[in-house]
Design a protein around this ligand. Sequence first.
Ligand SMILES: C[S@@+](CC[C@H](N)C(=O)[O-])C[C@H]1O[C@@H](n2cnc3c(N)ncnc32)[C@H](O)[C@@H]1O
Length: 127
Amino acid sequence: MLGSVIPSSLVVIEINDDFVDMLSRRFSDPRLRVVHRSAAEVVPALRELGLGPADYVISAIPFSIMEEEDRLAVLRNTYEAFRAGGSLLVYQFSSRVRACLESIFGRVHQVFEPRNILPAHVFYCVK
Ligand SMILES: C[S@@+](CC[C@H](N)C(=O)[O-])C[C@H]1O[C@@H](n2cnc3c(N)ncnc32)[C@H](O)[C@@H]1O
């Protein structure tokens, strides 16, 4: 219906103190929730905010330089955070994350985006 508003929230999860501080002070939109913790804790973070499962996640976490254990922890928790049919978009400067995405999500659609600064690999997965 034209003009109707679907209530939604944008949850931003970040571990960097300064980035969290800047985001919290710069944006006052009540639909934005800035969470100062690791993305490996996205399920408890959503629960504590009183939110249901996620529809979409966009991530630029530097998976390729993380320890395997940390990479798996973030991506497994992200998978758990989704409703069925929820989708994940990851952009990276290397393709190293792909195997890990496939082990958790199964199919991964990959494209290269030359217009990004820096040009990036984009991975798309659906739960
Ligand atoms: C390439 S920057 C992307 C920044 C921003 N999201 C963007 O797209 O412009 C990667 C960010 O991931 C954050 N990060 C790294 N590991 C994280 C984790 N486990 N949980 C949440 N954020 C993390 C870093 O602090 C950094 O701000």
